[in-house]
Design a protein around this ligand. Structure first.
Ligand SMILES: *Cc1c(COP(=O)(O)O)cnc(C)c1O
Length: 345
C-alpha cells in the first residue's frame, strides 16, 4: 500500500529531459545533482543519468560529493561547487572529488594539500562565487574545467545574458584546452553561443521549465500525491482549519488530504494553490497544517483512499510554485524526508 504522501520520480522523464537539453544546447550535459538532485534523490537520478551517458556531475557540498561517490563508484568525475574551504582539501582528495576553486585562498588550500584535478569559477557578473575576470589566476597545473554562471538565464530578453557570455568567452581564452562550462538549464535554450563545451543544468532535468513556467520541451518528472483521509460536507457559513482560514460560501465538500508543511507542502500553497482531485483542479482551502490540507471537492466524486496530486503531470510544477509565490527549485527541495521517494521507469 502506498504511503499517505509520496513523491514519485519518473526516471524515463528524467532521461528524456537530459537528452532534450543536450539536443537544445548541442553540447554534453554535466548534470547538477546538488541538494540530493533537488530533492529527488541524487543516487537514483545520477545512476540513471550515467546509463544515459553522463560522466561528470556537479554537487554543491563536499558531503554531497562523498555520498555520490559512494553511490556511483570511481568512474564519474564529481565537482564540488562551493570549492575548497580551509581544512577541506584532504576530505575532497580522499573521495576523489574536484573542488571548483572560487578564491585565491581556496586555490592555496588545494595546492598545499597536493593539488590535482579541479575546476575554476569565474564570476562574470552575478557577484556570488568565483574570481572576477581581472583577478582570475593564470592557467595552473590540475585545472580541468572553467565555469561561470548566468544570473538571468530564465529571461532570454535580459541583456545581461550576452554580456556574461562575452565576458566568459574572453576570460576563458586564458585557459586553452580546459573544458568550458557556462549554461545552466535556461542557458541551454539561449542559443549555440551559450553552450561552450559542457552544459550544467539542474531544474530542467527535474521537470521545471527553462523560463520558470511549463514548457513543452520539458517533461514532468516528480509527482507529489497524498491520500484522502476523510471527506466531509461543510454547511454554508462554517469554517475550515486553523484560524478559520476558509469559510464555506455554500454547502461545500472538503477532502482532508494526508500532506502538510511537515512534508514540504508549504503553508504558501494556500490560498492560491490548486490540487488535482477527482479529475479536476480544485482549490486548496484554509491553512495548510502540519500533516494535512483541505481541498474543496464540491460536486466531484472523491472518496477516502483516493489520491490528490499537488504537482505532477496534471498540475505542472511551475504553476504550483507560482501559486505558492515561489519557484520550482524551492518547491522540490522543500519536500522532506518523511515523504518516500518512489522511482518508476
Ligand atoms: C544550481 C547551479 C546550476 C544548475 O542551475 P539550473 O538553473 O537548475 O539549471 C548550474 N551551475 C551552478 C553554478 C549552480 O549553482
Amino acid at each position: 500500500m502506498p504511503s499517505p504522501a509520496t513523491l514519485t520520480i519518473d526516471l524515463n522523464a528524467l532521461a528524456a529531459n537530459f537528452h532534450a537539453l543536450q539536443a537544445a544546447g548541442g553540447a554534453p550535459v554535466h548534470p547538477v545533482v546538488k541538494a540530493d538532485s533537488y530533492g529527488l534523490g541524487a543516487a537514483a537520478c545520477a545512476k540513471r543519468l550515467m546509463t544515459e551517458g553522463a560522466r561528470t556531475f556537479f554537487v554543491a557540498r563536499a558531503s554531497e560529493g562523498t555520498a555520490l561517490r559512494a553511490a556511483l563508484g570511481d568512474e564519474p568525475v564529481i565537482y564540488v561547487l562551493d570549492g575548497c574551504a580551509a581544512g577541506r582539501a584532504a576530505r575532497l582528495r580522499a573521495a576523489n572529488l574536484r573542488p571548483v576553486i572560487n578564491t585565491a585562498a581556496q586555490l592555496a588550500e588545494w595546492n598545499e594539500a597536493g593539488g590535482g584535478a579541479c575546476g575554476l569559477q569565474i564570476d562574470t557578473g552575478m557577484n556570488r562565487l568565483g574570481f572576477r575576470p581581472d583577478d582570475a589566476p593564470e592557467a595552473f597545473e590540475g585545472l580541468a574545467l572553467v565555469l561561470s554562471h548566468l544570473a538571468c538565464a530564465d529571461d532570454p530578453a535580459e541583456p545581461m545574458n550576452a554580456r556574461q557570455r562575452d565576458a566568459f568567452a574572453e576570460v576563458s581564452k586564458r585557459y586553452p584546452g580546459t573544458v568550458r562550462s557556462f549554461a545552466n538549464s535556461g542557458g541551454a535554450f539561449l542559443g549555440p553561443d551559450y553552450a561552450f563545451d559542457a552544459l550544467r543544468p539542474g531544474i530542467c532535468m527535474y521537470g521545471g521549465g527553462p523560463e520558470g513556467r511549463p514548457d513543452a520541451r520539458i517533461a514532468p518528472v516528480a509527482t507529489l500525491t497524498a491520500e484522502v483521509l476523510q471527506v466531509r460536507d461543510v454547511p454554508a457559513g462554517e469554517t475550515v482549519g486553523y484560524s478559520r482560514g476558509f469559510q464555506a460560501g455554500g454547502p461545500t465538500r472538503i477532502a482532508t488530504c494526508a500532506t502538510g508543511y511537515a512534508d514540504g507542502v508549504l503553508r504558501a500553497y494556500s490560498p492560491k494553490g490548486l490540487a488535482f482531485a477527482g479529475g479536476a483542479l480544485r482549490p486548496i482551502v484554509g491553512r495548510v497544517s502540519m500533516d494535512v490540507c483541505a481541498v474543496d471537492v464540491t460536486g466531484l466524486d472523491v472518496a477516502v483512499g483516493d489520491r490528490v496530486e499537488l504537482f505532477g503531470p496534471n498540475r505542472m510544477l511551475d504553476d504550483a510554485a507560482a501559486a505558492a509565490g515561489t519557484i520550482a527549485y524551492e518547491l522540490l527541495t522543500s519536500i522532506t524526508a518523511r515523504v518516500p521517494r518512489i522511482y518508476v521507469g
